[in-house]
Ligand binder design. Sequence first.
Ligand SMILES: [Zn+2]
Length: 586
Amino acid sequence: MYSKNWDLTPLYSGIDDPLVELDLKKALKLAEEFEKKYRKNLETAKMVKDGLKDLEKILTMISKVRGYAYLLFSTDTQNGNYKQLLIKSEEFSTKIYEKTAFFELKLLKMEDDKFLEFLNSEELLEYKNYLKNLWREKSHKLSEREEILIEKKDLTGVDAFERLYSEITSDFTYTFEMDGEIKKLTGSEIRGLFYHPDEKVRERATITYYKKYEEFGKILNSIYNNIIKDHAMECEIRKYSDPMEPTHIANHIEKDTIDLMVDVITNSYSLVERYYRKKAELLGKKKLKGSDLYAPMGKELENIPYEEAAKMVIDAYGIFDEEFGNLAKNFFEKKWIDAEIKKGKMGGAYCYGISPEVNPFIMTNYNSKLRDVYTLAHEIGHGIHDIMASKNSYLNFHPPLVVAETASVFGEMLLTEKLKNETKMKDVLLNILSSKIEDIIATVYRQIMYILFEYRAHKRCQEGFLSEEDMCNIWWEEMERMYGDSIEFFEVQKWNWSSIPHFFHYRFYCYAYSFGELFVISLFKKYKEEERENFIKNYKEILSSGGSKNPYQLAEIVGENLNERSFWEKGIKFIEEMIEEFERFN
Ligand SMILES: [Zn+2]
């Protein structure tokens, strides 16, 4: 029997283990020494390398305590001792950051010639990607004084607007009648009803939800205008040519690549329409309403014992490759997963890759449904990625953001593959297939629709204030462009844009989701069609590269070029094949 509780003793023997305190103090002491050693002395490539190595040592040490505190806290958020340790470790992290932050700034302020010499030196080969990314940021950095000024003014400026948005929207409650009882629902509770089997409930929930945003439309629109304006000003000061440029730089991606990917995706918008038309037919409707988007289909598998879930996941990975299967098994056997639902435990799931020196841990709330098995497969994918990447040093350990979901989504595909091959029941199959397609539509297509809305809003705002009506119209047009006339939306759904926190908190973040998903689907299609052994060997190389290579270099390992249309079209083709399979249901 696999335990549903993790064993954290490989990290520390317990919360009162004296080593916890010792590591915190040691890390801070090392940071102080680091500052003394390098603040004045950073002249040669050798010194930069020594500095980066020392920095990694400090980060590895502090992240172990932080990781430990976070793991404990997330399984029991009410425990005062855990919370205390978490706060303490965060305070130490901040102190360490204050002592070490000068290092990057010093590199950024270096003469261009000198920086390029480091970038191309043999000595710093291991950190080439790290330095390259720093170089891209370099030309947009301001003087230290200006940077500090902006940061300070942001606190009461753009940061305050972002906070205000969260404060207003997280306070929303929804009055809703269920089974003859009037209830007050939270945002996540009412969104849960979008998936309700009864269409009347779905419809009422959808309308109630967006009405709230309409009610606050004037304020939310004003907040959004300010956030966009702030971004435009900052782009001007920092000499970015396009509102999306800072995001591309942060993602280690070139504009042309994203433009190409967006073009391939929007060119296949008709697949979305095709899917929803067929869904309407299977639900016995002429046309779907805006509240039918998430209507459940077929029959979801339930009451799956944890033991069986573990076996399904281990098998899914094992069928793909023996090493993957064994790595997946380790997570259960070595007690690296906390799956039990407990009072005070955080919701959701995560995989925490602490550092290359210790194994990752997974937290999840296993509730015996098929989607919980998927969550396990997803998080174990992250875990396998971390283990394979642990041959890299700390700064080269975490994969670049846009490919961070590679192993996790690939793992989900493997599980779908296994279930599709083994399931005999038609309604269960329909559920598996439609859930996967809807997942893909939400990630690949909808996120691009978000970006197109966001980009237009940013561009239009440069000409002046955008009214609520303007904003809603842009949203409506982009929505119609994607869904065609496959869905009859409710008028109030034009307020949907104001309910998406990403627009308010991170500029243009959403394309990273599409990128990651389509990247994996394209890889998966390669796996299905090409010589198996060779693919698996290359795939392992991708994962074990961690963050030492950029997304272009990772694609090259499997002989692909991210700037070739055919790579992205491979993914779209695979989605089309899934939809064709779905269309054969009756
Ligand atoms: Zn993930």
